[in-house]
Design a protein around this ligand. Structure first.
Ligand code: HEC
Length: 178
């Protein structure tokens, strides 16, 4: 009996050791992938810090990786949720959404927070849960942003700025632009 448990334990340890070498691909684009979203959705520094702490890890192309997120099986579990989370809602792809989709995503943000369905409960276990104050602030921000967008449809300004920057890095065309 005892040796059975011992064998099982050894197998478990071996499994954990081996899976450390199977590293899932990281989700680590530069933070600029999020800037368009933050500008268009009027993200204040306070809201930004809550989103960074609670949402961007799974809903942007820029996940932060504290050491425990590098450890299997957490690393694999996280990679799976990142992929699924981004499929539903990815702030790094904000400019790809139509105005109607943007409005719908913000509506979903409000709903998910009100239902306490986001962040995922399991993320709270490894990471610390979102406080009800912070959840309330996100809800108020999302409602506000939807209302503002209805008054004046979200302008694609920042996207153009980004394009100009890209052009400006090419010194030949810089003169043409200015
Ligand atoms: C650990 C990863 C993870 C974190 C952190 C996380 N989410 Fe999610 N989110 C998911 C996954 C996976 C889905 C898709 C499955 C589902 O709806 O449960 C999802 C779905 C959503 C959707 C639904 C989008 C749609 O159109 O169906 C919204 C909105 C959302 N999350 C908002 C948030 C917000 C806001 C936060 C932060 C307060 C957050 N999420 C934090 C993983 C995460």
């Amino acid at each position: 009996m005892f040796s059975k448990i011992k064998n099982l334990f050894i197998v478990l340890v071996l499994f954990l050791v081996i899976t450390q070498f199977l590293r899932p691909e990281k989700n680590e684009a530069s933070y600029t992938s999020i800037t368009t979203f933050e500008e268009q959705a009027s993200v204040t520094p306070e809201i930004q810090s809550i989103l960074q702490n609670q949402c961007y890890d799974c809903h942007s192309n820029t996940t932060r990786y504290p050491w425990f997120m590098e450890v299997s099986p957490i690393s694999h579990w996280m990679a799976y949720h990142i992929e699924e989370g981004k499929e539903h809602f990815n702030v790094s792809k904000w400019e790809v959404y139509t105005d109607k989709q943007k409005d719908h995503k913000l509506e979903e943000v409000i709903e998910k927070l009100e239902e306490k369905a986001m962040p995922l409960e399991s993320y709270g276990w490894i990471h610390g849960e979102i406080s009800s104050t912070d959840a309330g602030k996100l809800i108020a921000w999302a409602k506000d942003t939807r209302a503002k967008a209805k008054e004046e449809p979200i302008v694609k300004d920042s996207l153009q700025v980004e394009e100009t920057n890209v052009v400006a890095t090419d010194s030949l065309t810089t003169n043409d632009v200015q």
